[in-house]
Ligand binder design. Structure first.
Ligand SMILES: [Zn+2]
Length: 451
C-alpha cells in the first residue's frame, strides 16, 4: 500500500516535505525549512507525523534551503538513514546548509536573533550539518536506484544546478515529484526533461497563476540605466545559488550592447555565490557551456569579487553608480542586509529584486512599498527606488508548467499542487482541469492520500 502525506509546502511556498509510505517503509521527498512570516516559520517547530528514528530514507530534488534546510534538524533529532540526491545537489546543499548554520550564529552573536528569526531558538549547528552531509548518497540523473523497496530515478528539471524531478515506481504504479520546475530556453541550464507516464504527480505551482514578462532583458536594461542615471548604488539582492550567475550572465550580455552599462563597475559581494561558481566549474555536464573566462565569469566584465568582510565593507567607499549583487535574494539575511541598511534612505540608490519574494520576508515588505522598515534595530525611511522584476525567476511560469505537464504520455489519476501560495495553487488547479483535463487538487497540509 502506498500513501502520501503532505507535511510542508502545502498551502505555502516553503518547507517542502512530502512523506511517502510504501508498505510500512517511510521516506521524505525533500526536507526543507519553512521561511517567511512568524506563523509560517513557527511550523518548523511542529512535530513531524513520523519520528525521525523511524524514517527510512530521504530523497532531495535540489539544494535550495526550502528543500534541504530541515536536514540538520532531522538528523539532530535522530534520523540516520540515507539522503539521496544528484551529485551537484549534494554540493549545493552543503553550501546552503553551512551558510544557514553560520547565519543563525552570526545573527545571534550580533543580538539580532529576535528580529530576523522571530525569537525562535537556533535550529541546528555546524556539527548537525556535518552529520547530515555524511548521510548523503549521490545518484546521477537517469540512473535507477532502490528507494524504500521502490525503484526511483532522477531526471534534470532545470531550475538550479543539480535540480531534478524524482520518479518513483512501486507496485506497478508511478509517482512523480516535480521539485521546483525550471524555465525553458535559459542561458545556463537545460530545459526540464519531458515526462513519461505517471499515476500521481506532485507538482509545484509557485507561478501557477501568472506568466513571466516576455521581455525581461529590456526591463532589466531599463532598470540599470535608470539606476545609473540616479547616480547611486544599484543593489541586487540575489540568491547565491543560480540567480547570481544568471544576473552576471545578463549584465555581461548588456555590457556587450550598451557602453553605458559596460562602464559601470559590478561587485559580487557573496562568498557563497563564489562557491556556487565552483560547483558550475566542477559539474560541466549539469549545465550548458559557460560564456566568458577567468576575467569575465559568466560573461560579466568589470567585475570585482568580494570574499572577506573587509572586502565587503570596501563597497561602502565606492562613489558614483555601481552594481552590487549580494545575498540573500529575499533579504532574509546575508550581506545584502548591510547594503540595504546603508542605502535604503538614499534617494539616489536603486534596489532591484530579481525573483520571487515570499510573503513576510523583508524583501517582500520592501517591494510592497512599506516604509519605514526595520533593519539591525533601526527604522529606515525608504527613499531609494525599489523595483521588482520577476523575469529572473528560476521557476517555470504558468505556460511553462503547462508545457512540462503536457509532456505526460497519459493522463495521471491525480495531480497535487504544492509549493505555492493558496491563490496561485487554486488558479493553477482550475487551469489544469480546463486546459489539460487533469484531476488536479491543492495539497492540504497534514492530509494523507492513497497513491
Ligand atoms: Zn528551488
Amino acid at each position: 500500500m502506498a500513501e502520501l502525506t503532505f507535511v510542508g509546502a502545502a498551502g505555502t511556498v516553503t518547507g517542502s516535505k512530502h512523506l511517502l509510505s510504501l508498505d510500512g517503509r517511510r521516506a521524505f521527498i525533500d526536507c526543507g525549512l519553512f521561511q517567511g512570516t512568524r506563523d509560517i516559520e513557527a511550523l518548523n517547530h511542529e512535530p513531524l507525523p513520523v519520528t525521525p528514528e523511524d524514517l527510512d530514507a530521504i530523497a532531495l530534488t535540489h539544494g535550495h534551503l526550502d528543500h534541504v534546510g530541515y536536514l540538520p534538524k532531522i538528523v539532530r533529532d535522530g534520523f540516520r538513514g540515507p539522503i539521496y540526491c544528484t551529485p551537484a545537489t549534494a554540493d549545493v546543499a552543503a553550501i546552503v546548509m553551512e551558510d544557514a548554520a553560520g547565519l543563525q550564529c552570526h545573527l545571534q552573536d550580533r543580538g539580532f536573533h529576535r528580529e530576523r528569526c522571530h525569537g525562535l531558538a537556533p535550529f541546528f549547528t555546524d556539527a548537525d550539518v556535518k552529520q547530515a552531509l555524511s548521510q548523503i548518497k549521490t545518484v546521477p540523473v537517469e540512473t535507477d536506484f532502490s528507494f524504500c523497496g521502490a525503484t526511483a530515478r532522477y531526471h534534470g528539471v532545470g531550475h538550479i544546478i543539480g535540480a531534478a524531478y524524482l520518479g518513483v515506481a512501486f507496485d506497478g504504479r508511478k509517482l512523480i515529484f516535480s521539485g521546483d520546475v525550471g524555465r525553458y530556453n535559459t542561458a545556463l541550464l537545460n530545459d526540464p526533461t519531458p515526462l513519461e507516464g505517471a499515476d500521481t504527480v506532485v507538482c509545484e505551482a509557485t507561478y501557477g497563476d501568472r506568466q513571466h514578462p516576455p521581455d525581461s532583458p529590456a526591463m532589466f536594461e531599463k532598470a540599470l540605466l535608470d539606476g545609473i542615471e540616479r547616480g547611486g548604488p544599484i543593489l541586487i539582492p540575489s540568491f547565491a545559488v543560480e540567480r547570481s550567475q544568471d544576473i552576471l550572465f545578463s549584465i555581461g550580455s548588456l555590457q556587450r550592447s550598451n557602453a553605458r552599462i559596460a562602464s559601470v563597475p559590478v561587485h559580487l559581494d557573496s562568498p557563497m555565490a563564489i562557491k556556487v561558481d565552483a560547483v558550475f566549474a566542477h559539474y560541466g555536464d549539469a549545465h550548458k557551456p559557460l560564456p566568458g573566462g577567468a576575467d569575465a565569469p559568466f560573461g560579466c566584465r568589470n567585475l570585482t569579487v568580494h570574499v572577506s568582510s573587509e572586502e565587503s565593507k570596501a563597497i561602502n567607499e565606492i562613489r558614483g553608480p555601481a552594481i552590487v549583487i549580494a545575498a540573500s535574494g529575499m533579504a532574509t539575511g546575508g550581506r545584502i542586509l548591510h547594503h540595504l541598511h546603508r542605502n535604503l534612505t538614499n534617494p539616489r540608490a536603486t534596489v532591484i529584486f530579481p525573483g520571487y519574494l515570499v510573503h513576510g520576508t523583508l524583501g517582500r515588505i520592501i517591494a510592497d512599498g512599506v516604509t519605514p522598515v526595520r533593519i539591525f534595530g533601526d527604522d529606515l525611511e525608504v527613499r531609494a527606488t525599489i523595483l521588482h522584476l520577476s523575469g529572473f525567476s528560476a521557476h517555470a511560469g504558468q505556460d511553462e508548467l503547462l508545457r512540462w505537464l503536457g509532456t505526460l504520455q497519459s493522463k495521471p489519476a491525480s495531480v497535487y499542487l504544492v509549493h505555492a501560495e493558496r491563490t496561485a495553487a487554486n488558479v493553477f488547479a482550475e487551469v489544469l482541469k480546463g486546459r489539460l483535463g487533469f484531476n488536479a487538487a491543492v495539497a492540504q497540509r497534514g492530509v494523507t492520500v492513497q497513491v
